[in-house]
Design a protein. Sequence first.
Length: 117
Amino acid sequence: MKSLYVGNLPHSTTDSELRNLFSVYGAVENVNIVTDRDTGRARGFAFVEMPDSGAAEKAIAALNGSELGGRTLNVNEARPKTERPRGNGGQRFGGGRGGRGRDDYRGHARQPREPRW
């Protein structure tokens, strides 16, 4: 089984269109068009799984750089998914300052403030 990355897709591309496009080169096991979690709109890339490695290589050679819906496709072997930090982008709470307050001067004594009245 070989998983292929298909990038720069028109947002209107459907699963059946991709399946038909790749099935010319061999059997297609699965098509997964990646969509935005919030809007449900296609993000412009997909993954196509083909059981035969030879057919997948032929599809890459033939379709990489070809056009679909006026856009030039990027087709190559999919890389394994890497682990990413969960949460708010790896930042700690406090607006990206690592949780330090605005009066934390790293070792310097805090000075009392003058009243504002």
